[in-house]
Design a protein around this ligand. Sequence first.
Ligand code: 26W
Length: 805
Amino acid sequence: MADALKEKILRQLIADKGREVKEATPKDIYYALASIVNEEVKQQWFRTRKYYKDEKLKEVYYLSMEFLIGRLLESNLLNYGMLDEAKTALEQMGFNPQEVFAEEHDAGLGNGGLGRLAACFLDSLASLNYPGHGFGIRYRYGLFEQRIIHGNQVELPDYWLTDPYPWESRTEEEAVVIQFHGDVHMYKRNDGTLEFEYKNTDKVMAVPYDIPVVGYENGTVNTLRLWSAESIFSNNSDRLEGNKQFYRDLAHEHSIEQISGFLYPDDSSYEGKELRLKQQYFLVSASIQNILKHFKTNNRMSLSKLAEKVVIQINDTHPSLAIPELMRILMDEEGFSWENAWQVTTKVFAYTNHTTLSEALETWPTDMIKSLLPRIFMIIDEINNRFCQGIWFDHEELRDKIPELAIIAYERVHMARLAIVGSFSVNGVAKIHTEILKKKEMKDFYTLFPDKFNNKTNGITHRRWLMQANPKLAELITDVIGPQWIKRPKQLISLLKHSSDSALLEKFNQVKHENKRELANYIKQHIGITVDERSIFDVQIKRLHEYKRQLLNVFHIIYLYNELKENPNQDMTPRTFIFGAKAAPSYHLAKEVIKLINTVASIVNYDPSVKDRLKVIFMENYNVSIAEKIIPAADISEQISTASKEASGTGNMKMMMNGALTLGTMDGANIEINDLVGDRNMFIFGLSADEVLEYYQHGGYHARDLYNTDDRIKRILDQLNQGEFGVHNIEFKDIYYNILYHNDPYFVLKDFEPYLETHELAERAYRDRMTWLNMSVTNIAYSGKFSSDQTIQEYATEIWKLKRK
Ligand code: 26W
């Protein structure tokens, strides 16, 4: 097998590069392998498309401003069942497979959870043979590359396309025109109906780039279609240089290309930038035009039956302009009446909410939409009027609430309200999150439309996050329970039968240990710090945000350090605290926390009195590929958000599946992990969501009291305030002030003591190796429930009503 592949690689190398293996670089090998995979892809891609067309299957389109897909060579090889063979072939040719895979630049077209979820969903759709495709934007710059310089985050542009990207193909024939600005003219037709025409619009070309989404050993290849913005005139330029017009055109062209220029690096905080609105409309207009064209060529049916063949999932509110865009096309181009267009539209769209943080909810100034998208604004206005009238006449009890329900209120357009009104389904991403939507955030909408609301707990693809990232563990699992779990991840539950077999637990221990050693080597190589692979690897990897409380974690580390300084000989299991986090570039406090982690690291890691019992590692530029290295090596998974704030979390699931034990609050999907494994197999602490919400509503929490009464807390805050950790003593004062003068809005002090106690419990549990390993295997056993295959199965049957291929 490997021999045949080696032969192929050889031939490909000669064809592409005119080189033999001994002259080839890892990059040459990477491209050769990618070409070989692509050869296979083309056949299956064609056959999949033909099958969907011939069978006239209903298809789902996942509209998302973000797809955080990471690298594709290894996952494509895995899904083709070629990974082991490829690794052997590479090794035999004298190459390190990981080095070859690392030649691929991560496609970082997302910020965090929402974008990675979209990528896991595409993998599951294809692997379950569902006709489902992604639509997104081909940003030329992905999420910034993070460098740490003197402890500070510095952002560099992520120009990920310097080398040719072998997985995309430009499909120019399917380019569509997008219109911005302009004037809307209204005419009365003879039958009294209105006709709309737009003049003087700015036209932009949306050109699709298609990326294949390969299903796991099933012959299905779906499509991720990413739109790129180009000038309509860029091809027929007969313009003369030196001419004024030329430079005007050039500037114009540049502003057009900006639309797919870069990904906005905000996560959970909304900024009303016009370019972002342009990006959103660009995505939805291109996608809706494409979906309708595809529907027409595949089905000889009236558009009034669109919902029989098409369902569109909108990933948060970012693509919610798709609702008025479909209305526009149906009415203005297809001659539908308002009522008929609305009938169709509200059967096609389903909306997923990913956050209840009020600062993240999108609202746009009406003037901005009016000027950029005049016709779309008219339609939103009409949707709003009809909706508000409906409440006024049919729901007297809600009349007072109209300002809080209206799509347009106080000169702003509320996108979540538009999405709820225009969709047939509204879902949250974990049980508690959906309940909070129904009972609080969207309470009145829930009264109006109880049947729309439903929960779909998030999931992660076990193919990338277990089989690919942790091949040793995957192999051991297969040795123990056979390979059925690969296609049916819930069968991981069979591991339970073996979770007390000490000889077997020793093998799990061995795998974890090897993974920790690999990570330790990576850390040594890249950061130059030696970490003890027998120490507890305590991991917090996620975007940096106050509500995720990396600060609580740092306070714990400072506390341990203070203790060690005071009592250098105390008995303590060595620990390695590992962080990975990017902060939004404009998020001052988040950046301060990054600086604090790095500062504490620089003190603790080099203090001889610590005697290597504490190490703090900040992994620069946290992304999908780095996650794949850290997660298999984690012992403790820090999931410590302020209860009620984390919609679901998905890193919690990834680490559980790799045998880490969760140390966390009762928030997001942690609660569902707890439902499965129970308090005995994880470490729960802190305020509950109800308690947090109660404090927000009725007060009663006084951070300063804790500062005054708890010496450990006082000491840490004073250290920050007095500049003990800073070169300049103004450093970290903002953190101090935020806690004491803004009353610790995320309850870091309140949860501090229970957090310490829980860490002590965890440390003790870790020392009892067999108990710990039993807990670890129990977690792996229950983690199949969080495969995104399960989640997609629920979306497909309960929302999308899809048939499989
Ligand atoms: C407009 C700025 C902006 C950008 C992104 C606001 C909000 C977002 C996302 C909704 C933030 C996000 O990624 N949310 C995360 O979604 C994950 C997948 O559902 C959840 O697991 C996380 O809990 C949630 O924070």
